[in-house]
Design a protein around this ligand. Structure first.
Ligand SMILES: Nc1ncnc2c1ncn2[C@@H]1O[C@H](COP(=O)(O)OP(=O)(O)O)[C@@H](O)[C@H]1O
Ligand SMILES: [Mg+2]
Length: 251
């Protein structure tokens, strides 16, 4: 397993949003994270990326306990995510939004600007080149890369947010509802992107509501109901299970 979550819990005051969750994410696969609204999917993402502390239990990445590691250290270790609500900087250009994701050595930027301008310029060019590569990867056309991100369609913005994630060079990609609100053509683009990510050796944990898409896109899925892991299985098996049917469709 590339990622292991063991007995993880999270409280918001009196509300226990995640209840002793245990599951693994196998390397090189797409794992779905499914469950109704409020089940705790986004909270789990926040616990894995470190933006919320894990109150109990452990998160292990690539064999290392990262439960108390800072968010920055987890990015450096190779864990990246996209957000349910996209979160691009709408007035910044598409290319600049992706450049924001490119990782720099701590302190490097400041030092270079003042003492090594030539190197700094070369580095800036490498950043821009790599951002273009990431946009090539997700299929955002060159003509729109100078436009403000907010001027793109919602589907394109979601693809740009994946490009920004790729710019972090993360291995484990946490995608929070990447297909919600996509039209058919953006969805096709997303399918192609996901296939390419796998062929390049990425590991994906994907929040998705549509079980037909889960079946199509995911090797296996973790089914969460009000903070508890109710089942981990292949999408086919989960779709046959009564537990899922009861929670999703109300028995
Ligand atoms: N920052 C927060 N403060 C208080 N309650 C929260 C916070 N974030 C999430 N919750 C609550 O935790 C539960 C799980 O939320 P969430 O992880 O967003 O669910 P999902 O992503 O599966 O829809 C919900 O009851 C939600 O209202
Ligand atoms: Mg959510």
């Amino acid at each position: 397993m590339l990622l292991e979550v063991e007995n993880a819990s999270k409280w918001f005051g009196g509300l226990q949003a995640v209840k002793g969750a245990t599951f693994g994410v196998p390397e090189g696969q797409v794992t779905g994270l499914v469950g109704p609204n409020g089940a705790g999917k986004t909270t789990l993402f926040n616990m894995i990326t470190g933006t919320l502390p894990t109150d109990e239990g452990t998160v292990t990445y690539n064999g290392t306990d990262i439960t108390s590691a800072s968010p920055q250290d987890r990015v450096a270790a190779g864990i990246g995510r996209t957000f349910q609500d996209v979160r691009l900087l709408p007035r910044l250009s598409v290319i600049d939004n992706v450049c924001v994701g490119v990782q720099k050595q701590p302190g490097e930027r400041v030092r270079n600007v003042f003492f090594r301008p030539a190197k700094s310029r070369a580095e800036e060019q490498r950043t821009v080149d790599f951002a273009h590569e990431c946009l090539d990867f997700v299929g955002i056309p060159e003509q729109v890369r100078g436009q403000s991100a907010g001027s793109l369609s919602y589907g394109e913005q979601k693809l740009v947010s994946i490009a920004r994630l790729l710019a972090t060079r993360s291995k484990l990609l946490l995608l929070d509802e990447p297909t919600s609100g996509l039209d058919e053509s953006s969805l096709d683009q997303f399918r192609a992107v996901l296939a390419k990510l796998l062929s390049e050796g990425h590991t994906v944990l994907l929040v998705e509501h549509n079980m037909l898409l889960v079946r199509e896109l995911c090797h296996r899925a973790v089914f969460l109901g009000t903070g508890e892991v109710l089942a981990v299985d292949t999408p086919e098996k989960l779709m046959e299970s009564e537990v899922l049917r009861d929670v999703y469709f109300g028995a």
